[in-house]
Design a protein around this ligand. Structure first.
Ligand SMILES: [Zn+2]
Length: 108
């Protein structure tokens, strides 16, 4: 079945679709998303390739700062190169709360 996947941001083919709430930077929305983005009832059936894709995507959209707060996740992944040294100590987990929830949190 082909659907517009709100989390992949494109129309694509998938075996399983779920209509549900998903989180965006603007708040909660409803829409269809594919099985890459929701926790399947049998997590052991999620192929490693999909987990890798999900984490790759999560990391690729991660920025060093969010609303002026340094990202602890960014530092954990990439180091402090793009972070002002005075912000490193104040770094918080600013991304795991919403946009990256689907992939990132479970990968740590
Ligand atoms: Zn999708």
């Amino acid at each position: 079945m082909k659907e517009l996947c709100v989390l992949c941001h494109k129309i694509h083919e998938a075996f399983n679709w779920k209509y549900g709430e998903y989180e965006t930077v603007e708040g909660l929305r409803w829409g269809w998303f594919c099985d890459k983005w929701y926790k399947p009832s049998h997590p052991e059936f999620v192929p490693q390739r999909i987990k890798d894709d999900r984490n790759k995507y999560a990391k690729s959209i991660m920025q060093p700062y969010r609303q002026g707060v340094a990202s602890q996740e960014y530092i954990d992944t990439y180091g402090t190169k793009r972070i002002n040294p005075k912000d490193v100590k104040k770094a918080k987990k600013v991304w795991t709360t919403d946009v990256l929830k689907n992939g990132w949190e479970r990968s740590i």
